[in-house]
Write a protein that binds this ligand. Sequence first.
Ligand SMILES: Cc1c2[nH]c(c1CCC(=O)O)Cc1[nH]c(c(CCC(=O)O)c1C)Cc1[nH]c(c(CCC(=O)O)c1C)Cc1[nH]c(c(C)c1CCC(=O)O)C2
Length: 345
Amino acid sequence: MTRSEKPFLRALAGEALARPPVWLMRQAGRYLPEYRAVRARAGSFLDLCYNPELAAEVTLQPIRRYGLDAAILFSDILVVPHALGQALDYVEGEGPKLAPVTDAAGIGRLSADRLHDVLGPVYETVGRVAGLLPPEVALIGFAGAPWTVATYMVEGGGSKEYAAVKGLAFGAPETFARLVDLLVDATSAYLLRQIAAGAETVQLFDSWAGVLPAAEFDRWVIAPTRRIVDAVRAGAPGVPIIGFPRGAGLLYERYLAGTGVDAVGLDGSVPLDWAARALQPKAAVQGNLDPVFLVTGGDPMIRAADAIVDALGRGPFVFNLGHGVQQRTPPEHVGALVEHLRRKG
Ligand SMILES: Cc1c2[nH]c(c1CCC(=O)O)Cc1[nH]c(c(CCC(=O)O)c1C)Cc1[nH]c(c(CCC(=O)O)c1C)Cc1[nH]c(c(C)c1CCC(=O)O)C2
């Protein structure tokens, strides 16, 4: 199958398909026993991200188990700050911990000099997976968007209030802009290398886009994303770009117009009729089943999935979740959902 015939890529190009293509954010991961087995062999989570053989294996696990329409590179959004020189550790049960970068001096210590050396194994993973995928399955590369990656870099990990990163962005915008500029350039270069290695589309995860006031959203979400979109388009014409500004609410419309992405990932809170009316005429949409439906399973999950397909399936649409698969998800619920979607259309 040539690229343009893969169902997932046809949907991203604007085609309405009888059966919606499906993949799931965080489709590889700890809810799968076969992932936990490889993870135990790899050592640390970062060791796994930088091990092309094992990272390729976990990328392929959900494809083998469920026959999804796309594989997403197994890596993490925080390998970019790591490759820029920021110390990073994943603490079991607590999530990522970074040595926080809070001021101009900290930003000045970061450097892109070793970016592609550190991320070389990721490109190798992409190349391996590209050579092993079934012909109808597309390969997605990804990165975190600058705002979301910066939240982890400045806060030193996950956050509830975003006080430190907002404090820097609102209180010292010229300083924060230097960090964002560094991330725009590194992320653009990173995505272009993934595409050169075999990624057929790329997704920008902006998981914390929804915590900013509208004017700051324009400055720190839309503008940097636009620069990445322009750089990727210039270096890899024709490769579709998916943006996922989680929690953007009404600002989804402005995001779409302002960034120029080809498709948007919808979080679970986006009303389906509004998305069909306001977004889908301008771009492919992807989403948006609340991941807890996959935890609970059964009829409620099937009904919620049907409502999404009924509302969005007549336009360019990719079935997905509104956020990542949760760790406590029973793998057979994912199987039941994918089987159900396959019978549609
Ligand atoms: C914010 C964010 C991160 N990482 C990511 C995001 C954006 C999407 C989102 O909002 O969820 C993106 C990501 N992280 C991972 C992938 C792999 C590909 C996939 O299957 O989707 C992708 C696309 C693997 C991972 N990334 C991580 C794991 C778990 C690590 C382990 O196996 O111990 C996996 C499989 C660790 C991670 N990485 C991150 C956090 C907050 C955590 C800890 C929380 C958690 O464990 O779920 C940062």
